[in-house]
Design a protein around this ligand. Sequence first.
Ligand code: SF4
Length: 167
Amino acid sequence: MNITATHINYYHVCHRKLWLFTNGITLEHTSDLVAEGKLIGENSYPQRAEKYTEIEIGGSKIDFYDAKNKVIHEIKKSGSMEDAHEWQVKYYIWLLAQNNVTGVTGIIEYPKLRQTKSISFSDSDRVYLQLCIEQINTIIHNPVCPQLLNSSICKRCSYYEFCYSSE
Ligand code: SF4
């Protein structure tokens, strides 16, 4: 199975979410949230299509890549899970480097917060991501679904009802 940026993101949010997603449990409003995120991008930056390229790489999709300046722009609807966002963008940079596109950096944009975060990539990031991929493979191939996270982030998760409806 191809590990994608979504796996990297979910690994940093919740191992149970990673497992549910990978094992085919998707909920209707999961795709609504993705659509909402994309809509925020399109509405906030209507001129983007002219300036940026959409790239599909290793099963992941980079929505806004500035090929001229070698910058990935990732738009997020909130600033609440920045570690996951950061590693998602670092993973994109790593994928590009594996395809001989080097020297890429990233910018995460939070239009609702009017903030941006610059992302660079180091050798230790590469080592860490390799470790993440090993751990992701262990989690998703385990027949047992990981425990509930019982965190405040659960209320914002698309799996919330699925996870807590029987409690
Ligand atoms: S609701 Fe909580 S435990 Fe369930 S998948 Fe989402 S983050 Fe994980």
